[in-house]
Ligand binder design. Structure first.
Ligand code: NAD
Length: 395
């Protein structure tokens, strides 16, 4: 079928299999151009189909020659109805990895459930015996708790007082004022249950019990800090509480891993256009200003550049892993540079619907958003018939 983008708010209802395949190929090409990295050879990526998780899987495979298992929650295609982009990304990744002689298998289902954990552990036992690295890169608005059966919903709200600031509708470029009412205690608790560290800890615990963690095992989850303008709704809001919990969980997991000489880390990554970040108020305006400044300074990175640098210069740096005063890996260092932040803060004050096209990189934002769904790639014939029924070989 001929597949075109159909936008609805923060999502696009369609995805293009060939465009998603091109996206994966471009990321593989980038990683390959940077050379090999001496790293883990057996890797599990939880949240492996889009954003930072996909880029981590590609870096593990194509820079470290790792066998990878990817877990994600994507919608498969039906006749005349496209799959979600993570499905097509994973189909393309598996094909490219297998063609390069690398083991790659995937599991599609709810990572928060005990069933998917068990299924993953069984696959590891059968095919890889153990894993050396687990990347935990889930971003989800809901979590069904496996012990209670309660469905928890995360919210993106400030804590304590109403937050008012500028935001942009990135489809129209309309800059407006947004006001978000403060969260109540239930909102905070639910967001911590969904996006905090409990599920990460449950994964590692289940894997440890099953004996599938190799000696010297490492695990990594992703966090975000960001600037003052987004602080009330991000780092000091409900999602920030969940990230505080995630970061604290790393230390508990490290304690749990003592007998396999293992370690858990949180890496603070850069703000990027992904399906998760597009849904957060205020962040798209910040990202469009940030992109403009970082591109002008020659320090802009996408998910793949971030993950390649994370592996090469942090995780597998022969001189050791540099950590901040809170024990976190920082790969948001270029975003948080004082000169970058000062320039963004100055632009923030003057940003309007009329000038955003010029002072911000709204075009870059839109392009990245289209790319998430496999649209807008050079080398893809969007007028040609595409096979919406593209399948993931191992599923
Ligand atoms: P994303 O939306 O691109 O990816 C989320 C992944 O989680 C997908 O693979 C999806 O299939 C999977 N997933 C969601 N719910 C699932 C479930 N129930 N079971 C199995 N898989 C499920 O998100 P992203 O932006 O790459 O975020 C990944 C992590 O990075 C998050 O912790 C996020 O907070 C963090 N982070 C994001 C940014 C940013 O700007 N995007 C910056 C710093 C840190």
């Amino acid at each position: 079928m001929i597949i075109e983008p159909r936008m609805r708010g923060f999502i696009c209802l369609t995805a293009h299999p060939d465009g998603c395949a091109q996206n994966v190929k471009n990321q593989i090409k980038y990683v390959t151009s940077k050379g090999k990295i001496e790293g883990a050879k057996r890797v599990l990526v939880i949240g492996a189909s889009t954003g930072f998780g996909l880029a981590s899987r590609i870096t593990s495979a194509f820079a470290c020659d790792a066998a990878t298992i990817g877990v994600f929650f994507e919608k498969p295609p039906a006749e005349g109805k496209t799959a979600t982009p993570g499905w097509y990304n994973s189909a393309a990744f598996e094909k490219d990895a297998t063609a390069a002689g690398l083991y790659a298998k995937s599991i599609n289902g709810d990572a928060f459930s005990s069933e998917i954990k068990e299924q993953t552990i069984e696959l590891i036992k059968k095919d890889l015996e153990q894993v050396d690295l687990v990347i935990y890169s889930l971003a989800s608005p809901v979590r069904m708790h496996p012990a209670t059966g309660i469905l928890h919903r995360s919210v993106l709200k400030p804590i304590g007082q109403t937050f008012s600031n500028k935001t942009v509708d990135f489809h129209t470029g309309n800059v407006s004022q947004v006001s978000i009412e403060p969260a109540n205690q239930d909102d905070i608790d639910n967001t911590v249950v969904v996006m905090g560290g409990e599920d990460w800890s449950m994964w590692i615990n289940a894997m440890k019990e099953a004996g599938v963690l190799a000696d010297g095992f490492q695990t990594l989850a992703y966090s975000y800090i960001g600037p003052e303008v987004t602080e009330a709704v991000y780092r000091k809001g409900t999602i920030g509480r969940a990230k505080d919990h995630l970061e604290a969980t790393a230390f508990q997991i490290t304690d749990m891993l003592a007998d396999v000489n293992g370690k858990a880390y949180v890496s603070v990554n850069k703000a990027l256009v992904t399906q998760a970040s597009s849904a957060i108020p205020v962040i798209p305006l910040y990202i469009s200003l940030l992109y403009k400044i970082m591109k002008a300074s020659g320090i802009h990175e996408g998910c793949i550049e971030q993950m390649q640098r994370l592996y090469q210069e942090r995780l597998y740096n022969p001189s050791g892993i540099a950590l901040d005063d809170k024990g976190r890996i920082r790969i948001d260092d270029w975003e948080m540079r004082e000169d970058v932040q000062n320039q963004v803060a100055a632009l923030w004050k003057i940003a309007t619907t009329e000038n955003l096209g010029e002072i911000g990189d709204l075009a870059g934002y839109k392009q990245d958003f289209l790319n998430l769904f496999g649209f807008g790639f050079e080398g893809v014939d969007y007028k040609a018939d595409a096979n919406e029924m593209t399948l993931i070989p191992s599923i």
